[in-house]
Design a protein. Sequence first.
Length: 286
Amino acid sequence: MAKGRELKGRIKSVENTRKITRTMEMVATSKMKRAQERVAAARPFATVLTEVISDLYSSDLAERFPLLRQPATIQRAAVLVLTSNRGLAGGFNSNIMKEARGLLARLTSESIDVELHVVGRKGLGYFRYVGRDVASSRTDITDRPTVKEAGELVDGLMNRFSSGALDAVYVVSARFRSALSTPPHTEKILPVTPPERKGPSRDYLLFPSAEAILTELLPAYVRNAVYRALVENEAGFQGAQRTAMKNATDNATDILNVLRRTFNRARQANITQEISEIVGGAAALE
């Protein structure tokens, strides 16, 4: 019955694994719902902020704001890559890494000096493994990112862009569309390029002036872009982990069914053999 004992041990091991993956699936589902709420809360503010900047923007004002500076050529750029601190999320981090590698290769091929900034242990570990220099890294941002943390990530880059030390800043992260769709996405956050206004523009009573308002709104716009990337990245990670753990749980169930059938067949064969031996022994005694 050695084979039977071995099968029972494997069944017990797979059952324990399934309990873990099912628990992780439930935790990821709960966190994903909260992350989705943060994404939904961030989007209306971003939409209104974009509309206001678009309405206030004018070519004469643009010349006075460093964040609106459009360099004739890009010679030095910064790339901010957002990944997760944990794995077990399918191809979530690897897809972001692939997007980042493509962007870095494109910028390098254009003779642009690129510096890399990484958020998350997975991204930091990958770039260290491939021998890529990392200008700065953060691994302390939790699953509830804040606007303050977004400012800490981008304020230094904004100051360097304003001084002319950088010509462009890119953010690579996951774009949250649904629990099953979190494609990697690259966004150029600096220089600020006000989008075209959709629909009629609003009339504003400006105080003290459009210039003073833009002085406050432009940095807020850039920080908000990074904050949205952080919350959407986290929602995408939780969705990817939920899907991965559900698939792992389903696979464990399939393996258990096969092992149990194999165990039952082995036990039935053993019982049949014992009965045959008993019958054969009784016949020999006669």
